[in-house]
Design a protein around this ligand. Structure first.
Ligand SMILES: NC(=O)c1ccc[n+]([C@@H]2O[C@H](COP(=O)([O-])OP(=O)(O)OC[C@H]3O[C@@H](n4cnc5c(N)ncnc54)[C@H](O)[C@@H]3O)[C@@H](O)[C@H]2O)c1
Ligand SMILES: [Zn+2]
Ligand SMILES: [Zn+2]
Length: 379
């Protein structure tokens, strides 16, 4: 099969690799029809993680089941399925509590596993023609009859739509709340979209990229253009000097100042500044335990200089981590099926798998107009 293989920093190639196959009786094999490039792939692509060269990228996957293991009961050959990026067993203590992003079985010694992901187990990604899906009865979201017609919407259930929703859950967004979201990438846009779906009163999205901010405006959020570094003041002005009720971090450890220099503590401290006293902060942007290639001395050890005093005095609270996709994907799927949500609005490029290298380069550069790339291995 053909697959997107990581060779080293800023180097991916589409090449022939051995076909993915069923290894355990609880696996299914999926023929991938859509697979997305994610901001999380970029941390790996840039060589800023422990990702091993030779591995296949891709954790946002959708396709049809072509083979089932002998112990699979629920999923059938021919089913259209969307796979949560988390690989979870369904029976460990964390999975039992719905915390499938922290499965204790799939990646022994570490809580949480994923396809084609640094530090999240040996599993190959789905930017390929075929994908092995472990614990398939638990992990597969079998899609409704309009799966093919709405494929570009449903594929967002693999990660970014539930992740954006998770950010709003971690922050505690409720109807009427004002929400400030840092990052207008795919995840930030999905957090804004989820806030709007939940009935938030005012949704503000901060970023420096005008094309991405325009998408935020298109769904009814307020674009806060930080390209002159005034984002914090703008949010305070929009909230009568109080700060927003809730805040979401949708950028992660490689966040930049308006001049494009990495400042790892910037979004976290801006959240403390722009969320009101006693407000909630949800952090889904990725932060990692060590970042040897960081310029910042603290960041090398996975640390940031956090305004803890301000955070404490304001009585704020925060919550973090990988999204437990299964906690939300079925409900969000129903919104798509019923025409109440259309997360495909963020897609800027739909390309054959063979153009993956070019796509990585442009998406990594956050080149104007490259908001979200989906790859079609069948084309
Ligand atoms: N927790 C999870 O389960 C989960 C799932 C998916 C992605 N993620 C993470 O979410 C983050 C965002 O993903 P994405 O796909 O949207 O990535 P992306 O890189 O495309 O988007 C990030 C955006 O943040 C903006 N940005 C940078 N510095 C900023 C600042 N100081 N203030 C405001 N905006 C700033 C960038 O201009 C960019 O538009 C990444 O860290 C990714 O790894 C987490
Ligand atoms: Zn992703
Ligand atoms: Zn588990």
């Amino acid at each position: 099969m053909r697959a997107v293989v990581y060779k080293g920093p800023r180097d991916v190639v589409v090449q022939k690799v051995p076909d993915a196959k069923i290894i355990k009786a609880t696996d299914v094999l999926v023929k991938i029809t859509t697979t997305n490039i994610c901001g999380s792939d970029l941390h790996m692509y840039e060589g800023r993680t422990s990702m091993e060269p030779g591995r296949i990228f891709g954790h946002e996957n959708l396709g049809t089941v072509v083979e089932i293991g002998s112990a699979v009961d629920r999923v059938k050959v021919g089913d259209w399925v969307c796979l949560p990026f988390n690989i979870a067993c369904g029976f460990c203590e964390n999975c039992e509590r719905g915390l499938t992003g922290f499965c204790l079985t799939a990646n022994p010694g570490i809580a949480g596993a994923a396809y084609g992901f640094a530090g999240m187990g040996p599993y190959s990604g789905g930017q390929a023609e075929l994908l092995r899906v472990p614990y398939a009865d638990f992990n597969c979201l079998v899609l409704p009859p309009n799966a093919e017609e709405k494929e570009n919407d449903y594929v967002m259930l693999s990660d970014i739509f539930p992740t954006g929703y998770h950010a709003t859950e971690l922050a505690g967004v409720q109807a009427g709340d004002s929400v400030v979201i840092y990052g207008a990438g795919p995840v930030g846009l999905m957090a804004a979209y989820s806030s709007i779906i939940k009935g938030a009163g005012k949704v503000m999205v901060v970023d420096m990229h005008k094309d991405r901010l325009a998408l935020a405006e298109k769904i009814g959020a307020i674009a806060v253009d930080d390209s002159d570094g005034s984002g914090v003041e703008q949010v305070m002005a929009l909230t009568a000097g109080q700060g927003a009720d809730r805040g979401c971090e949708c950028v992660g450890y490689q966040c930049c100042n308006h001049k494009g220099h990495e400042v790892p503590n910037l979004t976290m401290n801006n959240l403390v500044k722009t969320v009101r006293p006693t407000g909630g902060i949800g952090i889904v942007g990725v932060f990692i335990p060590e970042d040897p290639h960081a310029k910042d001395i603290l960041a090398k050890q996975g640390q940031i200089a956090f305004d803890f005093g301000q955070f404490w005095i304001k009585g704020q609270h925060m919550a973090t981590g990988q999204a437990n996709v299964k906690a939300y994907n079925r409900k969000l799927c129903k919104l798509i099926a019923e025409g109440k949500a259309k997360p495909s609005f963020i897609i800027s490029h739909e390309l054959p798998l063979d153009q993956a290298a070019e796509a990585y380069k442009n998406f990594d550069a956050r080149k104007e107009g490259w908001t979200k790339v989906i790859l079609k291995p069948g084309q």
